[in-house]
Design a protein. Sequence first.
Length: 625
Amino acid sequence: MNALVHRYRPLGIVLLLALLLIAPTAGLLNGYWSRTVMLIAILSLLVSGLNVVLGYAGELAMGQVALYAVGAYVAGYLGVELGMTNVLFSLLGATLAAVVVGLITGIPGLRLGGWSLAMVTFFLVTLVPNLVDVFSGFTGGTLGMGTAVPTLFGMEIVGDRLYWLIILVVAAWFAVARNLLLSRHGNMFLVLRQSPILASVLGVSVYRLKLLVYVVGAIPAALAGALFSMLDGFIAPDTFTFALALSVLAASVVGGATSVYGAIAGAAVMQLGQQTFTQFQTWQLVIYGAFLLIAGIAFNRGLAGLAQDGLAAVRRRGWLPTPAPVTVAAAEPAGEVETRLEPLHGVTLRTEGLGKSFGGNRALDDVTIEARPGEVTALIGPNGSGKTTMLNLICGLYKPSAGRLLLGEEEIGGHPTYRIARHGVARTFQTPLIPAHMTTLAFVATGRYVSHRVGILPAILRLPAFRKGYATDDARAMALLRLVGIADVAHQQVDSLALGTRRLVEVARCLASGARVFLFDEVGSGLDESDLEVLERAIGMIREAGGTVILVEHNFPLVLKLSDRIHVLSQGRLLASGTPAQIQNDRRVLAEYTGATDGGDAADAFDSVADLQAADGPATPKGAK
Ligand SMILES: Nc1ncnc2c1ncn2[C@@H]1O[C@H](COP(=O)(O)OP(=O)(O)OP(=O)(O)O)[C@@H](O)[C@H]1O
């Protein structure tokens, strides 16, 4: 049954589209309803563009309406002034204009960060009437401009033909959006929205990806404008109001900003509401505000989220079959567990006199250490001694205040995080960074996004390169989940997992990237005994495969068992370095951890910490979080 549903779903969509296309000709839609369907379709393009930017990249871009105006005026100008009435020119012209305006507004808006894009795009919308006035020679000013009759190879595109054109363009856009958002790119957009830090640690330039998403989201808005100019035959600035911008935002939230097809539902609600209730015009701002509040508070995944929850409830009751997860054969949970990794080509990481100050606080001061390939180098020390600061410096989240950071022979100190990640440095976080709306398998596969990238075009067109890349990513991610002993959660939502499991997921994600240097930040904390065994085995394999591991850990037995060399930090300075045996017997280290000043036996102190751990879970040094 599942296989049947899966197999015939595309056919069902094609039949639905065919039905929609023949509806006016077959007398199923009169003139009023055909126009309503066309208006919903055009509005859904605008909403879909906002969904891409807001729902996926997390950027509030209010400028959809301005891009709508750009598309309309470009198509109008091409037809009236240049005689280019062919709809293909109109649509192409609108697309190019969207890219140009998207870049012009997106570059400063995104460079400045924070709320800048929202502000820039907000002003863009308020600027539309002024710009139309200033360029009245091209736009007809406030009086507006009549547009030429659209054509396609000499054939006039009016009546049913215009209806078909609009439905086909909108269907084509939604196919593109669906394929893009349900690809690894869409997953990375979700990561970007929820954690730009995670995106950069995965090797993604946050600025460039946001710009890409913003420009992609601009395209449907401009297409909508071009189609609207053909439908109305007249363009005037009072169409492109701030109220329309709010209505697009409300439709996005009502439909569900992270859903591909929620845009259609949101657009339908807004358009039908406007047409059905005569008072809508008067109360529209209040209504949009109410929609935003209700949708934001009561059902923040919009109508699409409600539909998904309803479907899930129906499936739980067994009234509908549960769809099998989309997997490839190699990505099934059962299978051989890897006992060794492919060579990891580790590289030496060296710090020389590294320092980091936050105002007057010297978090790290003159630290020189070396982590070699095929070895586990542990960084230990009490809370606030600078361990995480060290990892943040290595992976580029912080810029050093002093000293050098060398990866092999290359100085990487101060490089942007995504560049350092591309050099093969992967890390986990003390509080795992885990996105929502993604399966564990898909999340682990994001580790391969940069190193095994499949382009956007193959993803949109579902070319063989995309299918092959996707299948390989899934198979690799599943093999790594097996390796860290959590293949059974592969198809679960990754944000539903327990803390210990999340830590193992992060290890698998690091391995997926093919990294050479692994920065593990308290990766053992919160793990039960069997998870710890798996973790030990995984770290052992990374070492054997030649990877460079830096382990920040409060769990001493684990540190002593795994490390080849231990560096002890105290108040930002290097207190001691040595083998586990040397550190265990170092009296300065003992004093640091126990506050003892009588020079007792350090090994005993560590043993008692280990005993404590056996009784209470992972042990932490004095004052640990
Ligand atoms: N972004 C920051 N801004 C200001 N101070 C910071 C920042 N990050 C770290 N610090 C300070 O740097 C010092 C070292 O902190 P860090 O988090 O590196 O310690 P740690 O050894 O990792 O501690 P823990 O074991 O609790 O994680 C602390 O005094 C901390 O307050």
